[in-house]
Design a protein around this ligand. Sequence first.
Ligand code: ZN
Length: 160
Amino acid sequence: MLVGILILLLFASTPQIAPPIQGLQLSSVRDMFNEIHNGHPHEAIDMMEPRGTPVHAVVPGTIRKLFLSKPGGITVYEVDEKEVYCYYYAHLDRYAEGLHEQMRVAQGDVIGFVGSTGNANANAPHLHFAIFELGPAKEWWKGKAINPYQALVEAIQRTK
Ligand SMILES: [Zn+2]
């Protein structure tokens, strides 16, 4: 019983994902979850990539929301199949053609392209990537941010 709970906690703290950027290197990710950006806790990891770099779904799941936000610009909220986590991809240049809400995606499917929409510096396109743990109501806009750093590191290591 206790072991089961511990295993569950382990899973809950680092969901298993694939890298959102093909060929992502360890040197491209840094634990910036607790940094203050624009006066707010960042609660995400930024990956600097050239504009137009494809962004891949990190898990199989469903596109829950395509949202245009002032800070995040063109964004995608993807929920996993068990609706435990919501994956947030922001500052996209554009969506993949045909992407729509409630669409099922496989892990690795291209969902959009790196850009600098929202409050990103136009000269520093990047993917802003966050993971939210969904509450019982599964509302995409209300998750609790968890640190994606370890999950990203493990995802990169699995590709080696
Ligand atoms: Zn960011």
